[in-house]
Design a protein around this ligand. Structure first.
Ligand SMILES: CC(C)=CCC/C(C)=C/CC/C(C)=C/COP(=O)(O)OP(=O)(O)O
Ligand SMILES: [Zn+2]
Length: 443
């Protein structure tokens, strides 16, 4: 290889430089404008986002035919985004959505990507989360839990994992969507949880993150899925958490947003997948410290010597996590509920303000909708996951999910504040609580 060839940048280096230059141009422009103009640039364009989202719920043009097998996802991305913005879609659209999702229901359980299609775990997760987000008895009662349980059992595999659909792929997404749905509907049992932990554990890679399948590359999407599923089944202590923390936090780069995997480009949707994983890890402080102490063979050392931030710790705040690792199998039905009730998180393990800056300045379109990165077009998926990530950032210092964050935790005007989410299911917290009460009541 001659010198010229060896020093030529690779395609991915060029792509990276291009993105960095676009992002830094935006930040430079921001730094040079007066404070009132900065404040305007950082404002969340609520009305424009609602307009973009509501329009998508009423009508989508022919370009959307590629998403024909993902229609419950479109419902979830749009309706969850609207709920994060603190708005509702109104009675007519609500009734239409419940009725449409009814038509996606398979007679033998599970929701398909559209009427007449085969049931699929991903669209089942999207449909269930949509119905929970809509809330109300009609919407919640439209979920047939017995049939849904049957579908989940049929997707369960001898290796512990789940298939996405009949003859479909087995992966960590399937584990998460099955476990999340079962947990939120209060139908999680040992038949479903059996060996899921072994399967997810086999997907944690040498880098520390979690891959879609054993032997694949660690990726933010699967890392969120794997970690959340392990928490929901009460087996999170089996993962190598210090390595997982290290991998995840280093995915936030100088562009201020997260990348999905090593040496790939920043993307707004990872504000939730990676940001969500970090938000979960932030609440596993005690287990992480314990694992760190074990590997360094430290015993009897005060917790502040081995903790992640070097801050002093509040031993009482870890009771839930410790209790969970010992008595998980007896009570995994309540793990999602306790997770939120025992919310006494430590400080964020990522740069929350920087991530908000990426979302508001680089991912937000002033005309409504959010996107992957500058130069890309807005879409409903990125709008949903950028807003979900923004909400996590705003509440990342909160020690209680019901107390509004301090103004310094919210970048831009305080009117940017979104609704808090339940970080294990990604539904607005208040809607989760209503569903929890409803489904505990019917069990
Ligand atoms: C609940 C549920 C269904 C979760 C799905 C999680 C999720 C987003 C998985 C990511 C899948 C994946 C390998 C994307 C890589 O795309 P890419 O190569 O285009 O992107 P990259 O360059 O950023 O890695
Ligand atoms: Zn993306």
């Amino acid at each position: 290889m001659d010198e010229m060839t060896s020093s030529s940048p690779t395609v991915s280096q060029r792509d990276q430089w291009m993105v960095e230059s676009q992002v830094f141009q935006i930040y430079q422009l921001f730094a040079t404008i007066p404070p009132n103009a900065q404040s305007l640039m950082l404002e969340l364009q609520r009305d424009k986002h609602i307009e973009f989202l509501t329009k998508g719920l009423r009508h989508l043009g022919p370009n959307f035919s590629v998403l024909d097998a993902n229609r419950p996802w479109l419902c979830y991305w749009i309706i969850h985004s609207i709920a994060l913005l603190g708005e509702s879609i109104g009675d007519e659209l609500q009734d239409n959505t419940v009725e449409f999702l009814n038509r996606c229901k398979d007679p033998n359980g599970g929701f398909a990507g559209g009427p007449g299609q085969m049931p699929h775990l991903a669209t089942t997760y999207a449909a269930v989360n949509t119905l929970i987000t809509l809330g109300g008895d009609k919407s919640l009662a439209s979920i047939n839990r017995d049939k849904l349980y049957g579908f989940l059992r049929r997707m369960k595999q001898p290796n512990g994992g789940f298939r996405m659909h009949v003859e479909g792929e087995i992966d960590v997404r399937a584990c998460y969507t099955a476990i999340s749905v079962a947990s939120v509907l209060n139908i999680l049992d040992e038949e479903l949880t059996q060996n899921v932990g072994d399967y997810i554990l086999s997907c944690q890679t040498y880098e520390g993150g979690i891959a879609g399948e054993p032997g694949s590359e660690a990726h933010g999407g699967y890392t969120f899925c794997g970690l959340a599923a392990m928490i929901l089944i009460g087996e999170v202590n089996r993962l190598d958490l210090p390595r997982l923390v290290e991998w995840t936090v280093f995915r936030q780069g100088k562009e201020c947003g997260f990348q999905g995997r090593t040496n790939k480009l920043v993307d707004g949707c990872y504000s939730f997948w990676q940001g969500g994983a970090v938000a979960l890890l932030q609440r596993l402080y005690s287990i992480i410290n314990k694992q760190m102490a074990e590997v360094s063979n430290i015993s009897g050392i005060p917790e502040e010597k081995v903790c992640l931030h070097g801050t002093s710790s509040d031993a009482a705040s870890h009771l839930w996590h410790e209790g969970m690792s010992e008595s998980c199998s007896a009570d995994f039905k309540n793990i999602g509920y306790n997770f939120i009730n025992d919310w006494r998180a430590k400080d964020p393990l990522f740069h929350s303000i920087a991530l908000q800056q990426y979302i508001l300045l680089c991912a937000q379109e002033q005309d409504g909708g959010l996107r992957d990165k500058p130069g890309k077009r807005r879409d409903h998926y990125h709008t949903c996951y950028c807003l979900s990530g923004l909400s996590l950032c705003q509440y990342s210092w909160s020690k209680h999910p019901d107390s509004p964050p301090l103004p310094k935790a919210v970048l831009g005007p305080y009117s940017n504040l979104l609704e808090p989410i339940h970080p294990l299911y990604n539904v607005v917290l208040e809607r989760y609580r209503e569903a929890h009460e409803f489904f505990v009541g019917v069990s």
